[in-house]
Design a protein around this ligand. Structure first.
Ligand SMILES: CC(C)(COP(=O)(O)OP(=O)(O)OC[C@H]1O[C@@H](n2cnc3c(N)ncnc32)[C@H](O)[C@@H]1OP(=O)(O)O)[C@@H](O)C(=O)NCCC(=O)NCCS
Length: 219
């Protein structure tokens, strides 16, 4: 008899699962990972707004991210994959899912910048971000009073991060990826996108239209 096939389900997190999501999020920062620690209330708000996304393996949450309007930009944050399932492509697929869902449902004209911040000491997501079409766009120095306690301060007490902005090139690339993705990770594990409304084919069509529009404007 063969083993049970792994199926990763990518989906917005329901408000009822917010405590579970917060526990996952807090665990990541408790083991020293350089994720901006959100409060339980913030995680719950993201879930209620439909801007918290996760990956389930059976009844276990194995990855999380959010996309929220913060200070007039879309902040893609909290990206974290369970250490036991890293380097299989789950982080990349989740990030693409978050971007596609947010662009199609909230930012169709792609007018609001989509940013993510990476702590200066954190190398883990950098290759992934550049691969997906994020571009380094600056550095931020955050007042330690405003930053969560889990993030290291530099010699002058500031929390320093690099800003990455999702590019138009990335958007066109994202559309191409959704067109060609066969629903499997490199190791053969299945990915399912559970989005309710819009359905995944609507998501793909809308993304195609937006990317075609962006391509036309650029050429
Ligand atoms: C950053 C993070 C989310 C990446 O998650 P992941 O699921 O391992 O990401 P992926 O597998 O999609 O890609 C990660 C790397 O694995 C490589 N990879 C992808 N599929 C692979 C496979 N089948 N076999 C081997 N390597 C693979 C990718 O090329 C990528 O390499 P890179 O780091 O040199 O770019 C994860 O390391 C994490 O949770 N880190 C701690 C929290 C954190 O720092 N988050 C970022 C906050 S800004």
């Amino acid at each position: 008899m063969g083993g049970v096939e792994a199926v990763y389900v990518f989906t917005p997190i329901a408000a009822t699962d917010a405590p579970h999501a917060y526990a996952f999020h807090a665990r990541s920062s408790a083991v020293g990972e350089l994720v901006w620690l959100r409060t339980a209330g913030e995680i719950e708000s993201f879930a209620k707004e439909g801007s918290l996304f996760g990956v389930w393996l059976a009844d276990q949450l194995v990855a999380l991210s959010y996309a929220a309007i913060l200070e007039e930009v879309w902040e893609i944050g909290g990206l974290s994959v369970d250490a036991g399932v890293r380097h299989r492509g789950i982080g990349a697929v989740l990030l693409r899912f978050v971007l596609a869902y947010t662009i199609v449902s909230e930012n169709r004209l792609f007018e609001t910048p989509m940013l993510t911040h990476v702590h200066q000491l954190n190398d883990a997501p950098r290759g992934l971000l550049l691969d997906l079409g994020f571009e380094r766009s600056g550095t931020v120095a955050i007042d330690p009073a405003k930053a969560p306690p889990n993030l290291p301060r530099d010699a002058s007490g500031l929390v320093i991060g690099d800003t990455f902005r999702f590019s138009e090139r990335g958007l066109v690339q994202l559309c191409g990826w959704f067109e060609s993705f066969d629903g499997r990770l490199q190791d053969g594990a299945l990915c399912r996108f559970r989005v309710g409304k819009p359905l995944i084919r609507d998501l793909k069509q809308a993304l195609r239209d937006i990317a075609a529009c962006v391509s036309r404007l650029r050429n």
